[in-house]
Design a protein around this ligand. Structure first.
Ligand SMILES: [Zn+2]
Length: 279
């Protein structure tokens, strides 16, 4: 947590509020959340925010300053939040706010503040020197889960002896899927999480890819899953947790067949599946 749908919701809610705005100043409250360049320029101080992008679970703020492009990558980790509000009073009572950007619009008027908050500190900020360096960094990841195809999954994991759930959690196979949506996609595809990758047919990889795209897309429509800390870029919780069919439901009835959902550990993660519907 958060996975692709949560990060995409943050991107979609922040985009109209921060793109085109200038960063008047950056306040770094906790320096060790920044990896690499901790300078004001690295944190986009004085830059105009040109775009906000996403690949998998990673988000990037792209700024321009004096003709140069600068990129700040944000990992939300377990509990990270990137939120915009009309003024700083909205976060005055919050703990664990590690960085804050004060924004202005083209006319020089105040355009609110954006802050990064992360109670558990598994997330962080990475200053990347150029858009080329961002492409290189993201090129190490697998295809984005929203567009992944069966052929891509099969090429990247089809020869492996590991459990298919472990492959889905591997960001080099498909970027953006974590524990929640891996279980949801495997259920929808009718594939058991412990199945050995090398035993899946081409047709099963296609069904699985379609299921991944489907569960991620539906979760974005419901603005992500809020189980604990996740909120959108405007500070609101999501509703996708209400639509989970297996995640967190071990021992409860299967929505498809009414049988009892099983729970266990697969790929070192708590996993839920239906022994009748998934083969
Ligand atoms: Zn079932």
């Amino acid at each position: 947590m958060p996975e692709l749908p949560e990060v995409e919701t943050v991107v979609r809610t922040l985009r109209p509020r921060v793109v085109g705005r200038a960063v008047e100043r950056v306040r770094l409250i906790r320096g060790d959340v920044v990896r690499g360049d901790r300078s004001a320029a690295g944190l986009l101080s004085g830059a105009r925010l040109e775009s906000i992008e996403r690949h998998g679970k990673q988000l990037a703020l792209v700024g321009s300053r004096g003709g140069e492009r600068r990129v700040l990558v944000v990992h939300l980790g377990m509990s990270g939040q990137l939120v915009h509000a009309p003024d700083a009073s909205a976060c005055a009572s919050l703990t664990h706010v590690h960085a804050m950007w004060t924004l202005r619009n083209d006319g020089g008027d105040r355009a609110g503040v954006m802050w990064f908050r992360d109670p558990r500190r598994f997330g962080g900020l990475w200053a990347v020197p150029s858009e080329g360096a961002l492409r290189e960094r993201w090129g190490l990841l697998g295809p984005d889960g929203l567009g992944v195809t069966g052929t891509e999954l099969r090429e990247r994991a089809g020869g492996s002896r590991r459990a298919v759930k472990g492959a889905l959690l591997d960001q080099r196979v498909v970027a953006g899927v974590g524990n929640i949506y891996a279980d949801e996609a495997l259920f929808r595809a009718g594939v058991r999480p412990r199945r050995v990758c090398a035993r899946l047919t081409g047709e099963e990889w296609e069904t699985l890819a379609a299921s991944i795209r489907g569960v991620l897309g539906r979760a974005i429509e419901m603005r992500g899953s809020t189980l604990r800390d996740y909120v959108s870029g405007t500070g609101e919780p999501g509703r996708a947790q209400l639509a989970h069919e297996v995640y967190g439901r071990a021992g409860e009835p299967c929505v498809a067949c009414g049988g009892v959902l099983r729970g266990g550990v697969v790929a070192q993660r708590t996993t839920v599946w239906c022994g009748a519907c998934q083969r």
